[in-house]
Design a protein around this ligand. Structure first.
Ligand code: NAG
Ligand code: NAG
Ligand code: NAG
Ligand code: NAG
Ligand code: NAG
Ligand code: NAG
Ligand code: NAG
Ligand code: NAG
Ligand code: NAG
Ligand code: NAG
Length: 407
């Protein structure tokens, strides 16, 4: 056995320490462990207290209840007493807003400066009961800049599925809570509310809802907290990059070499696509007799050209779905440049449309001109060539002007 005496001594020391800490607690307060505060703003310390059984009778007889805040150390040296509710002038401007008779010692300090950063103990003074809670203190940390709001995304952000994000910012001065705003690459709706945390401190929670698209992948979302301080604002923000999962997009098939090749040579078809998570399978199809037939799988497909009217497309797939490329046709050297029958169709339709349009324009023109009194048409035109006042004459006069200008 190694030094049993020392061990018992240590245990004894520990036990007496426990007694010192808990045995002498004549007042039991509940307050947050720590409060982060902005310079120039206010701080509300949520506080409540309870009286140990042995002092309940004394407390129940208490009159003129007042609350005292002591900084740094509970010994209560006058230097450390920064607030005494029975005094009108205090080191710290403040107010006990809670109802002390209901054991609510919630206190607000105004115009916080950086030298308020410290730990604080609470004391009750009355006739005849008075006690300081030596077992609990609140740490106040004052800074010039607000801390960043906290942005949370729950679960997977999927294309086409509305998603909600939370942004929460502490509101140490609930009278002047921060205002939360969002920057998103798309339209959104928001809902803000002041909420109470488990330690009774307050926070502003903003929930944004939007519909993610694959175009938003890797774009930033920002939540900005604006804290009003006096006549100015202090801001803090939190950025997150969106990770939107989506089915394959922009799927395309390319041929290498792209120039026409001889029958019997080897070409590579390559499929490309963007997807999140990445594409897991690529499948190749050949169109033969209007029907696609699966011919291969894999990112690239190497084949021997047979010169048999080869039309291909590929399909990319991930866990969210699939995307299809346009059809590509192999170009064969020596053969007539293969012309897709669709080209004829398109050209034919376009020409047809132009013809139809010209007909409409022609008949419309005829309809309008025939409505004019007979004879006017011709005279007007003949006058137009020489005259200055006819409706069509402006064209001529312009030409004349140009002519004169050239002389
Ligand atoms: C608080 O103020 C009262 C009245 O002025 C005074 O009697 C008491 O001693 C003060 N308490 C402390 C801890 O300074
Ligand atoms: C204590 O008082 C504060 C300020 O008046 C109030 O906001 C809070 O709700 C009260 N707490 C309880 C437990 O009643
Ligand atoms: C505080 O609480 C007591 C008892 O519950 C009540 O009589 C008193 O009106 C309250 N004071 C204020 C200012 O609300
Ligand atoms: C805070 O300080 C400003 C001057 O710096 C003063 O005008 C204002 O009244 C103070 N606020 C409070 C609540 O005491
Ligand atoms: C805190 O610092 C300010 C100046 O920033 C000074 O006016 C004030 O007296 C200080 N307060 C205390 C309690 O030391
Ligand atoms: C946002 O906050 C609400 C209310 O606290 C909660 O129900 C929800 O689960 C939170 N959502 C996210 C994405 O954190
Ligand atoms: C997103 O934010 C990061 C820093 O948070 C920045 O580096 C990046 O350029 C931003 N991206 C876009 C698209 O704005
Ligand atoms: C502070 O922010 C609010 C909105 O959050 C805005 O209305 C106000 O104009 C801003 N004030 C200053 C001085 O920038
Ligand atoms: C096709 O790809 C294979 C391997 O991926 C390569 O060895 C070959 O040279 C490529 N052929 C052509 C014509 O690009
Ligand atoms: C984005 O999400 C995908 C699928 O949910 C995942 O595989 C990937 O690791 C994520 N990327 C980042 C940068 O978080």
């Amino acid at each position: 056995m190694a030094c049993p005496e020392n061990m018992y001594f240590l245990i004894g020391l520990f036990m007496s320490g426990v007694l010192v800490c808990f045995g002498q607690r004549d007042l039991i307060t509940t307050m947050p462990d720590r409060l982060d505060v902005l310079t120039g703003s206010c701080v509300q310390i949520p506080c409540s207290f309870d009286i140990p059984d042995q002092h309940k009778d004394t407390f129940n007889r208490a009159i003129l209840l007042s609350g005292v805040w002591i900084k740094e150390n509970f010994d209560g040296r006058p230097d450390n007493v920064i607030f005494n509710s029975s005094k009108t002038v205090n080191r710290y401007q403040g107010k006990i807003t809670g109802n002390m008779s209901q054991k609510n010692c919630t206190t607000v300090f105004f115009n916080v400066t950086t030298n308020y950063t410290n730990i604080y103990f609470f004391r009750i003074e009355s006739q005849p009961y008075h006690a300081t809670d030596t077992g609990k203190y609140v740490e106040i940390v004052v800074s010039d800049l607000p801390s960043s709001p906290i942005l949370t995304v729950s679960g997977e952000v999927k294309e086409g599925t509305p998603v909600s994000l939370n942004c929460s910012a502490v509101a140490p001065c609930p009278e002047h809570p921060p205002e939360l705003t969002w920057t998103l690459p798309t339209q959104f709706t928001t809902e803000n509310q002041l909420q109470e945390n488990s330690d009774q401190t307050k926070s502003v929670l903003s929930t944004v809802t939007f519909n993610p698209s694959y175009l938003h992948h890797e774009m930033n979302i920002t939540c900005t907290a604006v804290y009003p301080v006096g006549t100015s604002n202090k801001t803090a923000e939190h950025n997150v990059m969106l990770n939107v999962s989506f089915s394959p997009k922009d799927t395309s098939a390319s041929i290498s070499p792209s120039d026409p090749v001889l029958v019997g040579s080897c070409v590579n078809l390559t499929c490309s696509s963007t997807a999140n998570p990445p594409v897991t399978t690529f499948t190749w199809f050949q169109i033969s007799g209007d029907k696609p037939t699966q011919v291969a799988s894999g990112h690239s497909y190497s084949l021997i050209v047979t010169g048999d009217g080869e039309l291909y497309f590929c399909e990319a797939r991930n866990s969210h779905g699939c995307g299809k490329s346009k059809e590509v046709q192999l170009a064969i050297k020596g053969q007539e440049e293969p012309v897709n029958p669709k080209v004829f169709e398109i050209v034919g339709k376009t020409l047809g449309l132009i013809f139809l349009f010209s007909l409409i324009v022609f008949f419309e023109w005829r309809r309008r001109t025939s409505r004019l009194p007979s004879g006017f048409d011709m005279t007007d035109r003949s006058q137009g060539l020489v005259g200055m006042n006819s409706p069509v004459g402006t064209v001529c006069s312009n030409q004349a002007t140009v002519g004169r200008g050239n002389q």
